[in-house]
Design a protein around this ligand. Structure first.
Ligand SMILES: [Zn+2]
Ligand SMILES: [Zn+2]
Length: 318
């Protein structure tokens, strides 16, 4: 199931798998660089060093994010996901800058790559493994609602693209004999790495700043409107934030003055269930219940003119 113990264990195992494959990749890419002296392969190997550090943090963060809420952290620990994605993005970006610098340096110093065949075989092997691993992590992360694994999957896929860039560079060098292809491909690879690093950091900052994801917003509003159809009760002032695993959603519900607290509570619970069904069980939904008659007086504004996300007027129960 979605958030059961065994699914959490599956995610943790995947993070360890990613870590150990990262270590093996570092060894393979270092060997390939030693054999070929190719600057594209060196860039790949350099990325592997920060890669292992980043995935070590992924393993730690995932473990922490699954810790249940406690007295110190009553909202749970899943927000570490955004630190993890940001840390990973930061390290990748540093690697990208280093690789670019290295490529320029090797080109101007005129180092020529050797034993291209052996280097290509090792790089192709790394490509296959990373391609599979990235796909696997992305799929598990999306299914298990873990931003940490999803970010790591994107990172590993970037590394697979890196290997493709390296292979193209080696192939062109081999076919044409022109040594410039190797550093040029290394630079392209560096730019791609930098881009994915910046994207991860952006994702991290958006999460920490509780940026409202438009796709999430549309999905929640659709469910709330469906519940309004069902119960004839309007909603307004909906807010939502990403917790790292699930979401936190809160909104107001407006009832007839005659509705009993018991009925209002039952309907509110159904609204909450609708949203949780949409967003997954890790999602927390809170509602604020109010009577239609006094609503404007108490809040100082009519129900149709709410300051925050509002479906508009016309849903008033008659
Ligand atoms: Zn990497
Ligand atoms: Zn209100």
């Amino acid at each position: 199931m979605y958030d059961s113990q065994s699914s959490q264990r599956l995610l943790r195992q995947a993070s360890w798998l990613s870590f150990w494959i990262g270590v093996v990749m570092l060894a393979i890419k270092s060997a390939a660089w030693y054999l070929t002296q190719s600057s594209a392969i060196l860039s790949d190997a350099a990325e592997s060093v920060v890669h292992v550090a980043a995935v070590a943090f992924v393993v730690y963060s995932l473990r922490l994010s699954q810790k249940p809420p406690d007295e110190d952290h009553p909202y749970g620990h899943a927000k570490i996901s955004f630190f993890s994605a940001g840390f990973e993005g930061g390290l990748i970006s540093i690697a990208g800058v280093f690789i670019f610098y290295q490529a320029v340096h090797q080109w101007t110093s005129g180092t020529e790559p050797q034993r291209l065949g052996m280097g290509s075989v090792l790089t192709a092997f790394a490509l296959l493994i990373n391609g599979w691993l990235g796909w696997h992590l992305l799929r598990l992360g999306k299914k298990g609602g873990s931003l940490i694994l999803e970010a790591n999957g994107n990172h590993v896929l970037t590394d697979a693209w890196t290997s493709i860039g390296v292979l193209v560079g080696l192939g062109l060098t081999w076919a044409t004999g022109w040594m410039g292809f190797d550093p040029i491909c290394a630079m392209l690879v560096a730019l791609n790495i930098l881009w994915s690093g910046v994207r991860l950091m952006w994702q991290s900052a958006s999460g920490l700043m509780d940026r409202a994801d438009p796709a999430v917003q549309v999905a929640i509003i659709a469910r709330l409107d469906a519940a309004t159809e069902k119960h004839g009760v309007t909603w307004h002032q909906m807010r939502h934030r990403h917790l790292g695993d699930g979401h936190w959603v809160d909104f107001h519900l407006v009832f007839d003055d005659e509705t009993t607290v018991r009925d209002a509570h039952e309907i509110a619970t159904d609204f909450e269930r609708e949203v949780r069904d949409e967003m997954g069980p890790a999602t927390i939904v809170t509602t604020h219940l109010e009577p239609i008659e006094d609503h404007a007086r108490i809040h100082g504004h009519p129900p149709g003119e709410m300051p925050l996300v509002d479906p508009g007027e016309g849903h008033h129960p008659d």
